[in-house]
Design a protein around this ligand. Sequence first.
Ligand code: AMP
Ligand code: MG
Length: 493
Amino acid sequence: MNKPEITTDLERAAARLKDGGVVAFPTETVYGLGAVATEREAVEAVFQLKGRPADNPLIVHLSDISWLDQVADDVPEEARHLFAAFAPGPLTLVLKKKMNVPDVVTASLSTVAVRIPDHEVARDLIRLTGKPLVAPSANISGKPSPTTAEHVQYDFAGRDLLIVDGGACRVGVESTVLDLTVSPPVILRPGVITAEDIKEKTGIVVEASETEEARPKSPGQKYRHYSPQATVITVLPDQSFDEVVSTLSVDDLSSIGVFADEETLGSIKTGGLMAYSYGTSSSVDQAAKSLYAAFRYFDEHRVHFILAPLFREEGAGIAYNDRLRRAAHQVRRVLFVCTGNTCRSPMAEGLFNAAAPAGWLASSAGIYAYGGDTAAANAVAVMRRRGIEIGAHRSVPVTWDLLKQQTLIVPLTKEHAAALLDFDPSLKDKVRPLSAFAPDGKDIGDPFGQTIERYEQSAEAIEAAVDVLLAKITSGFFDNTQSDETIDDNEGP
Ligand code: AMP
Ligand code: MG
């Protein structure tokens, strides 16, 4: 198969663009598939090449602020202020569109997304071309975005495409998209420039929608981008990789890929895993830079699972976590919740994982858990009778980050359910107390500190309810929970 050509000749690339052609080029975020924004046919060719749905609008890239009025109308002062502070850089502004921007660029919206990339090669190429360029990520839709010229070459093997090489992208995740046509402005897509950064540098207060559901509809955001073939499993800051690996119960450990820093990789006790290091020690910026490259690496090596850490929900962690969660969405998680996370919920977790269908994974947490406590000896013992090992369990407190991860949250009693809904009423659709699945409809009482017989009774009651829950899952009862979250795969190749 012939390969797309990689070049550093900008004159040649610009000539091709001026001719109505498509050229891939680097930006600081990811590689883009460029075409002159005002050339309808060239833009159509970009959609074609990527296999991108027509309702997913493109970002128009400029070489400097002075070009803004070429594509946007009634540009508000705020936009100039924001670009003065952040351009060139990974901030995209949604503004009122000018007539000369073809509908195909904006998916027929009356608005246009604009940014000025912070990469010399990108800006030089735009300047040489003399026209604004669209540049959606230069991957086949549904694949992780490319962060090197070789990634682009891999995706478009056999196609006639010129790729400008500018090395590995510095940022690695797509730009922040900020809608300035609403008041207050809203972040439609998180990037490494956060609402806090914007407030700090410009005094402009913008809304950062924290949940996917609350995020106002941004066309294209409904698509599950950034997905590797392997099942991506997120590892929480207080979880160990060894612990997550042990829940997977796979025979061939080389089918598990771990994305982490060298220090963390060195501390993993399980041998034989595939590893991808993003740097010497924990750093969210480094992790963001390498995430997509790691996805591609692991896919090439055909691992079945990719384990990657979540970071704290701040700074670049917001964008990184967003991309990782999107990729991990295909794993449906169940969280069992009790009080201390040492008796009932670890048993439920063990019972669930021992019989769970592919793609489902349980964990557990406690509303009043300290964190780090082992499961009660009697809980470990009654599970061992069933051939289930929960000796490596360590208690975890319920956190907002953890709740956000879940497809389904199963409190051990109605009281726990009420406490969670009190904490966050928007969890309503995800929370089902275990009693909802219990044949006798009853809550599971707390055996803490009691005899092994009481533990055995609790274990039997949990087991009966978990069996019903698993049967419902197997019969597809919760499949809608997924489609509700607007996971739409039709962008895929
Ligand atoms: P990509 O080029 O792949 O980074 O995707 C660009 C993304 O920017 C789209 O998926 C939208 O989420 C967003 N976007 C582009 N144009 C608009 C617009 N006019 N209004 C709202 N969001 C937009
Ligand atoms: Mg993209």
